[in-house]
Design a protein around this ligand. Structure first.
Ligand code: R5P
Length: 299
């Protein structure tokens, strides 16, 4: 059977190379450029006829990536690709999952509709499903979610001595407990209130009895980093040690990483779903397994 051909969108070349190796796949070449007037030019410079094509595009800053993705999928089909899939280690637009104010677009739905019309299948890592139970409520294509709580837990167990896992909010309780279980450590859950995109307040219950432990703040996403910064401030006020911050997806909105470092945290660690200097947990073997599952091939 012909192995799949992976095409990286700009910014996802490293992840695509890792997946190509894990899958024993072929690496293809895609050109994505901008015309001087801002329009997008794409070209697939590899033969794709009668084979599985996998576009690799992590979807932080999604607006600038979406059109190249749509055009590349279309070009692959035109050139005779059998199926066109998408590996989006970070999947955007899941947080606007209801209308908070009259007239707002529910962008999680709109984005899912566009992607479902673009590719035949999708694999992603720990999507931020808050009010949705699964991607199937949004996506009409096959959409597989890879869960990496065990990878976070394993990293923590290996790298942090005597850890205390601290989950961001009540909704994350089950996930935080799964990380704690894999790390063989106790967990506490923060009480969090978000006032706006950049203003968050948290309280830290019953932390002082764990003063001899190293706090490990975990979250699925670091965006503005306000959640982690606020939590770190509370821990400091309660006399706990500077926390290790661990997240699945480090989006790091402008200035967020510096602000988090300046908040006196011990270190910041993320999974390699979005390229960043904090990437220390390789979750691509799990992604490769999920891709094999979707394609129906054995390891
Ligand atoms: C929200 O529900 C998520 O789990 C994260 O806590 C949130 O996205 C973090 O955002 P920020 O870094 O902007 O505080």
């Amino acid at each position: 059977m012909t192995p799949p051909l992976l095409l990286a969108l700009p910014g996802s070349e490293g992840v695509a190379a890792r997946l190509t190796a894990l899958l024993g796949a072929d690496s293809g070449a895609a050109v994505v450029q901008r015309f001087p007037d801002g329009e997008t030019y794409v070209r697939i410079a590899s033969a794709v006829a009668k084979r599985d094509v996998i576009l690799v595009a992590t979807l932080d800053h999604p607006d600038e990536k979406l059109l190249p993705l749509v055009y590349l999928a279309d070009a692959a089909r035109d050139a005779g690709a059998w199926r066109v899939g998408l590996v989006a280690p970070y999947l955007a637009y899941l947080r606007q999952d209801r209308r908070f104010q009259e007239g707002e677009a529910i962008t999680s739905r709109s984005f899912a509709w566009i992607l479902s019309a673009t590719v035949d299948w999708l694999v992603t890592v720990d999507p931020h499903l808050h009010r949705y139970r699964s991607l199937a409520e949004l996506y009409t294509i096959r959409a597989a979610a890879v869960h990496v709580a065990a990878d976070l837990g394993r990293w923590i167990a290996a790298e942090v001595s005597n850890p205390l896992i601290i989950g961001p909010d009540a909704e994350s309780g089950q996930w935080a407990n799964a990380v704690a279980c894999a790390a063989n450590a106790p967990a506490i859950i923060l009480e969090k209130e978000r006032h706006s995109a950049t203003a968050v307040s948290v309280s830290v219950p019953e932390a002082s009895r764990h003063a001899d432990r190293t706090p490990v703040l975990i979250d699925d996403i670091i965006s503005t980093a306000q959640t982690m910064i606020e939590a770190a401030r509370h821990l400091r006020e309660r006399g706990l040690r500077p926390p290790v911050c661990v997240a699945v997806h480090g989006i790091f909105a402008a200035g967020a990483y510096r602000a988090l470092r300046d908040a006196g945290v011990a270190s910041v660690v993320t999974c390699n779903t979005i390229p960043h200097e904090t990437n220390a947990i390789d979750v691509m073997p799990r992604v490769a397994d999920a891709v094999r599952g979707v394609l129906g091939v054995k390891a």
